[in-house]
Write a protein that binds this ligand. Structure first.
Ligand code: PRP
Ligand code: URA
Length: 206
């Protein structure tokens, strides 16, 4: 299942992110801001616990997030979304999955993995700006599940029908929040219209 967040503030920022003339400084800021909006929506149903807080005037019945949250950026471009999640949920733990797409096969190749120990009931948030063939996301979900993860959501910025279908085929229990479902993949498996290579645009490497 995927959820496209069509809020005007998200779509406005996405239009700037896509622009070929947006440089890496602004690209990083936009990616962080869009991530905050997407996670705000994705965490709408996160369990909370009642707490009583003493205000300067009286006692107030309040709620606080009562779930262990683990953010998992897929290296490298997912790092551009990490601060956006941590600003919303500063207490989250962070695990890293290092994957790159093989230039020829376009299949994900793992080169790094550092995940927190599995915690019953913890909510894992996988972040990667691009969900193209879906291979990197699907591989990360398989690894997290093998590591004991019970609840997982994915937050991506740009996706396409092929990638969403590939993720749903193996992980239809995992909701995927996106800012856009674009048209298609091109011959090089890049999302069209997309925004180009997210890692290069975030980190100024090309
Ligand atoms: C990009 C992107 C995703 C992946 C998406 O990473 O950040 O991780 O490709 O493609 P897929 O859905 O077809 O797997 P890339 O491999 O370019 O590595 P990078 O983040 O280090 O640039
Ligand atoms: N990775 C990217 O960074 N962009 C795409 O369009 C596809 C994969």
């Amino acid at each position: 299942m995927h959820i496209e967040v069509t809020h005007p503030c998200v779509q406005h920022k996405l239009s700037l992110l896509r622009d070929v003339d947006t440089g890496h400084t602004q690209f990083r800021q936009l990616a962080r801001e869009i991530t905050q909006f997407l996670c705000y929506e994705a965490l709408k149903h996160v369990p909370v616990a009642p707490v009583t807080v003493t205000t300067p005037l009286a006692e107030a019945a309040c709620h606080r997030i009562a779930t262990d949250i683990i953010v998992v950026p897929i290296l490298r471009a997912g790092v551009g979304m990490l601060d956006g999640v941590l600003e919303l949920v500063p207490t989250a733990r962070v695990g890293f999955m290092g994957l790159y797409r093989d230039a020829d096969t376009k299949q994900p190749v793992e080169y790094y993995r550092k995940l927190p120990a599995a915690r019953p009931g913890a909510l894992h948030i996988v972040v990667d700006p691009m969900l193209a063939t879906g291979g990197s996301t699907a591989e990360t979900l398989s690894i997290l599940k093998a590591n004991g993860a019970e609840q997982i959501i994915v937050v991506a910025i740009v996706s396409c029908p092929e990638g969403l279908a590939a993720v749903a085929e193996h992980h239809d229990d995992v909701p995927v929040y996106v800012a856009s479902v674009d048209s298609h993949l091109d011959d090089r498996k890049y999302i069209v219209p997309g925004l180009g290579d997210a890692g290069d645009r975030l980190f100024g490497t090309r």
